[in-house]
Structures are given as structure tokens and as C-alpha cells.
Design a protein around this ligand. Structure first.
Ligand code: B12
Ligand code: SF4
Ligand code: SF4
Length: 410
């Protein structure tokens, strides 16, 4: 589709549109504008530059690596080829915003009584912050080039990492995320598709070498091979995307991670060049740096929404969040947290009740646990929660409800 020029003449101030402007000039001005708007990385690539990434993406879907993320599997033809998503695209501008944390995210994992929220989610939602800047830059580019633009961050069918690599922002490391020589693992990505021709940048090359640190640190062995992730095993997926109970096999490994995971990112040696993010809205809020699990377990819906206003955490809702908190409580090795789990055995959400059963089975002494089980099991109608009780070796009463006294078979 040819560039659209309508509306440009209505702009106030000096005319930006110069149809005779050489593409290299336009690009230099674009880079300056991107920096002025607060982007830390900017590069341009052609829409057909992602090489093998499309094939790898299809392999990933075929192996079921996306789990329940059906939205990721929808329209693979669009995701793997920007020209299908928008036939008018001539150049793709990839942008990065540095969110380098001011503390080592791994340090929090030892504080078992606190919840670890991943670095990207301790401040305001990056979608909002990045989208605002992308829109501003997109408007500028449309005015300066007279060509149509489309703006994307995260939620659209765009393969942001391979495009960012093609645009020279960094390379997809063995942990599958983009690593930057300037900012390490800590860049948010966004894309602007433009109908204007712009000279592309050189792609970045792989600098992982013989390093294997991210593969070795992963608590759930989520990498079947370097450069490949099985999202179904990734704590980020399990605590954020997964709507149901967290599979038992991963609960211990999750430790106190209650929203996302930073381990493979944080261990990357390229972070020695990383710098602290400069956007105040993305900086960690004091109350989300190391929140006490005991406090988080008491959040009702209203308190959850108030605490996580403008935060990405809000997206998963109170029940899924408290589910995660209960897994962390079960891993805290602190019996003083048992009453928090005990209180939630009566929660209105089966997801929460089920996680409370598990947490309690890890913390409460067996006698107390069986007393509680006797009380709770008889009235439990949800099949998932009943399954949780069963798996703690509590014998379920008959469906008729004749006997409600559970007993431990051993
Ligand atoms: C789905 C998704 C997830 C899923 C799946 C993650 C994944 N690695 O794909 C889950 C929920 C697990 C997730 C987690 C996280 N995510 Co996420 N996620 C996305 C999303 C929406 C799509 C990514 C995608 O297409 N995945 C599908 C797979 C197939 O893609 P892939 O990993 O790129 O696959 C490549 C490799 O496997 C490789 N490959 C495969 N086989 C082979 C074989 C060989 C030989 C080679 C060389 C390569 C190779 O090629 C594939 C194609 O490039 C993007 C936003 C976007 N629109 O791009 C954000 C995005 C990738 N996420 C992001 C972030 C920050 C995270 C977390 C760090 C959050 C957290 N702290 O918890 C974690 C990191 C986990 C990890 N190690 O990847 C950022 C990453 C920024 C960056 N610098 O790279 C993005 C770009 C969002 C953004 N706009 O900033 N995420
Ligand atoms: S984010 Fe955590 S669980 Fe997911 S791959 Fe990285 S280290 Fe593994
Ligand atoms: S930790 Fe090592 S292997 Fe993993 S992305 Fe960083 S440099 Fe590459």
C-alpha cells in the first residue's frame, strides 16, 4: 500500500513532511526522535528479514510448547510473516526500553517468607509505558514521512525478538530472550511497522559462545535444548498464563516466585554491562520489592486491585495470584504461615482452596492436617480440590457422603 498523506497539512507548527527527504536522513531523524522519547534501543529491519524464525516458531507449536496459550497459536501465517499481518509494510522499526533492576533479582529467592515478583512487574505495566512512546513516535514518523504506520507491543501477532535481532538491537540468547551488549537481558521490545522505505540496520550476531549459565540455572528444566523453551515448564508461564492449578511436579521448584521468573535472565554474564532503567514508572514500587507472603495471602478482590493498580500483575486477578502465593507459602518452611493457608481452605475460589490444601500439607503437622481435612473434605464439591485432598493421602468419603471421616492409610 502506498503512503497516506492525508491530515499532515493540518499539523500545527513547521511542516515536517518532505517527500524528497532521502530515506537515510529520515532514519537519522527517526533515531534522534526515538531517543528523545526515551527509547534506549532503536533499529530498522526489512519485513522479510527474520530468516529461520518462522520455521522454528511452527516447530514450537507442533511440539505443543505453547501450552494453553491458544492466542499464540492463532494465525501463525501472520506472526511468521509481517507482510501477511500488514501487506503495506516496507520497514519495521524495533524499539527497546531498558528496565535494568537496581537489585539482583536472585537475592530475593533466599527470603522464603517474601514473595518474588519478577523485575518487569514490580513497577507500572510496561505495555502502557511503551505503547504511549510508540504511539508518539509513530505519529511523528507518519507526519515526517507521509506514510502510514502501525504500532505493536507484545500483544499483537509479531515476532518481536527475531525482528529485534534483525534490526541489530541484540541477539536471541540460549534463554530465547533478546540479549543486548549494552543492556544485557533487560530490554522491553516494541515495534512500529511503516509504509515508508527506511535503510535497514545490520543484524546482531550470537555472542553466547560456550556459556550455558541460563540453561543450568533454570529451576524447572524448561529448556529442552539451547535456544528452545518449553513454555509449559517455565515458571513465568505457570504463574502468569496458566489458569488452572499449578501442576504438582513444579510446585517445589517454584520456591517463592509468585509472578514470573528472572533466573535465566539474571544469571546472564552480559548483564555486567547492564544499566539501571531510567523510567521512573517502570522502577520497582517499594511495596512490591519483597512483599510478605502473610500479607499477600489476605488480599481480597478489592485489596488486590488496589495494590496492583496499573501493574501488570493485575491482569491475572486475585484468585490466580493468591494461588501462587499459597505455593510460595507451602515452600516457605515456616510453620507460622500455616494459619494463612488454613484460613483459605474456605475460600470461595476452588483454585485458591486447592492450593491451600497443598500449602497446608507442606506446613501443618499431620494431626492438625487430618483434623482440618475431616472438616473440609465432606463439604467439598469441586473435583480439582477433592483431587488435591486425595493426593495428600487423605481418604475421601464416599460420594454418597455417608462417612466424612478421612483417615491416613499409612
Ligand atoms: C509468549 C511469550 C512468552 C511465553 C513464552 C516465552 C518464549 N520464550 O517464547 C512465556 C509466558 C513463557 C513468556 C515468558 C517470559 N517473557 Co515473554 N513473551 C511472549 C511473547 C508474547 C511471544 C513470544 C513468542 O513468539 N514465543 C514463541 C517462541 C517460538 O518464540 P521464541 O522463544 O522467540 O522461539 C525462538 C527460539 O526458540 C528459536 N529456536 C527454536 N528452535 C531453534 C533451533 C535453533 C537451532 C536455533 C538457533 C533457534 C531456535 O527460534 C524461535 C523463533 O525466534 C513475546 C512478545 C512478542 N510478541 O514477541 C513476549 C516477550 C518475549 N516476553 C518478554 C519477557 C520479558 C518475558 C519474561 C522475561 C517475563 C518474566 N520475567 O517472567 C519471561 C522469560 C522466559 C523465557 N526464558 O523466555 C519480552 C522479552 C524481551 C527480550 N529482551 O527478549 C517480550 C519480547 C515482551 C516484550 N514486548 O518486551 N513469554
Ligand atoms: S524464566 Fe525461569 S523457569 Fe522460565 S526458563 Fe527462565 S529460568 Fe526457567
Ligand atoms: S546466560 Fe549465557 S548462554 Fe544464556 S543468554 Fe546469556 S550469554 Fe547466552
Amino acid at each position: 500500500m502506498a503512503g497516506r498523506r492525508a491530515g499532515v497539512a493540518d499539523l500545527c507548527g513547521p511542516r515536517l513532511l518532505n517527500p524528497d527527504r532521502p530515506p537515510a536522513d529520515l532514519k537519522a531523524a527517526l533515531v534522534r526522535q526515538a531517543r528523545a522519547l526515551g527509547f534506549d534501543g532503536v533499529g530498522v529491519t526489512a519485513p522479510d528479514a527474520i530468516g529461520e524464525a518462522g520455521r522454528h516458531f511452527r516447530d514450537f507449536l507442533e511440539a505443543g510448547g505453547h501450552g494453553d496459550m491458544d492466542w499464540l497459536a492463532a494465525h501463525p501465517e501472520r506472526r511468521t510473516d509481517p507482510r501477511v499481518l500488514w501487506p503495506g509494510v516496507r520497514a519495521i522499526i524495533m524499539l527497546g526500553v531498558n528496565y535494568g533492576p537496581d537489585e539482583d533479582p536472585l537475592a530475593l529467592l533466599a527470603k522464603r517468607g517474601c514473595g518474588a515478583i519478577s523485575a518487569y512487574a514490580q513497577g507500572d505495566d510496561y505495555h502502557d509505558v511503551v505503547k504511549k512512546r510508540l504511539k508518539a513516535l509513530g505519529r511523528w514518523l507518519a507526519a515526517a514521512s507521509g506514510a502510514e504506520v502501525k504500532v505493536f507491543v507484545d500483544t499483537a501477532a509479531v515476532m518481536e525478538k527475531p525482528l529485534a535481532q534483525a534490526a541489530g538491537l541484540g541477539w536471541q540468547g540460549k534463554h530465547t530472550n533478546l540479549v543486548s551488549r549494552e543492556f544485557g537481558s533487560w530490554l522491553f521490545l516494541g515495534a512500529i511497522f511503516s509504509a515508508a522505505e527506511l535503510p535497514p540496520d545490520a543484524p546482531e550476531h550470537d555472542h553466547c559462545g560456550s556459556c550455558n549459565a541460563c540453561q543450568e540455572i533454570c529451576p524447572t528444566a524448561a529448556f529442552p535444548a539451547p535456544y528452545r523453551l518449553d513454555a509449559r515448564r517455565c515458571i513465568s508461564y505457570l504463574t502468569i498464563e496458566n489458569k488452572g492449578p499449578i501442576p504438582r511436579e513444579f510446585r517445589k521448584a517454584i520456591g517463592n516466585r509468585i509472578y514470573g521468573c528472572d533466573d535465566c535472565l539474571a544469571v546472564c554474564p552480559w548483564n555486567k554491562f547492564a544499566q539501571q532503567g531510567r523510567e521512573a514508572k517502570l522502577a520497582a514500587r517499594a511495596e512490591l520489592r519483597a512483599p510478605a507472603l502473610a500479607d499477600l495471602a489476605r488480599l481480597d478482590d478489592a485489596a488486590f486491585r488496589a495494590l496492583f493498580a496499573k501493574s501488570p500483575v493485575k491482569r491475572i486477578g486475585r484468585d490466580r495470584f493468591v494461588r501462587n502465593v499459597l505455593i510460595a507459602i507451602g515452600n516457605a518452611e515456616d510453620a507460622s504461615l500455616a494459619p494463612e493457608a488454613e484460613r483459605l481452605l474456605d475460600d470461595a475460589s476452588p483454585l485458591v482452596r486447592g492450593a491451600a490444601v497443598w500449602a497446608l500439607s507442606q506446613l501443618a503437622d499431620r494431626k492438625r492436617f487430618e483434623v482440618l481435612a475431616a472438616k473440609a473434605v465432606a463439604g467439598e464439591t469441586d473435583e480439582d480440590v477433592r483431587a488435591e485432598w486425595r493426593q495428600t493421602s487423605v481418604v475421601m468419603p464416599r460420594e454418597s457422603g455417608a462417612s466424612s471421616t478421612p483417615r491416613h492409610p499409612g
